[in-house]
Design a protein around this ligand. Structure first.
Ligand code: CMP
Length: 151
């Protein structure tokens, strides 16, 4: 089953939206297989966002993500990468579809509440950066067939 990294960013934690965001992922059928609450260093944030070095928003982005605690998750499900990004909506909340987290709960790109891996390759890389193998739990959820089993 596909796994992807989700960050519930500091703005979402400060605004008390952790439960709301996790609920939306769980309600969709996505299964949490890892989670931790931490404040990252500037250096760690720079590694995570290395692909954005040189962009005008890079320094602000690193500052934002390392400013206060965030919640990092690994979620699993069929086509989890696509499903999570769809549930989050477009990067710019003003372009996100109604019903998505970013549309419903955010208004500007630089406070867009969440991050999700954008490809299989980045999901693998990001999960390895944020979690060690023994922090990822493979578990059977009794409701899995009601979410995932094809008829
Ligand atoms: P995320 O999905 O974490 O991926 C990169 C992040 O950079 C993005 O969410 C936003 O938080 C941020 N970002 C992307 N584009 C801009 C922008 N134009 N201005 C400010 N922040 C941005």
């Amino acid at each position: 089953m596909e796994k992807t990294l989700v960050l519930i960013k500091p703005d979402a934690v400060q605004r008390g939206l952790v439960g709301e965001i996790i609920s939306r992922l769980e309600n969709r059928g996505l299964k949490l297989v890892a989670g931790k609450y931490l404040t990252v260093t500037r250096e760690f944030a720079e590694t995570h966002y290395a692909a954005h070095v040189g962009k005008p928003f890079y320094n602000g982005l690193v500052e934002y993500i390392s400013a206060s605690p965030l919640m990092a998750l690994v979620v699993e499900g069929p086509e989890a990468i696509q499903a999570v990004r769809q549930t989050m909506g477009k990067t710019n909340p003003l372009e996100a579809d109604p019903g998505t987290i970013r549309h419903d709960l955010a208004i500007i790109t630089s406070k867009n509440l969440t991050h999700a891996s954008d490809s299989l390759e980045s999901a693998e890389k990001e999960i390895m950066l944020w979690f060690s193998d023994n922090e990822i739990f493979e578990w059977y959820r009794d409701s899995d067939p009601w979410f995932f089993k094809k008829n």
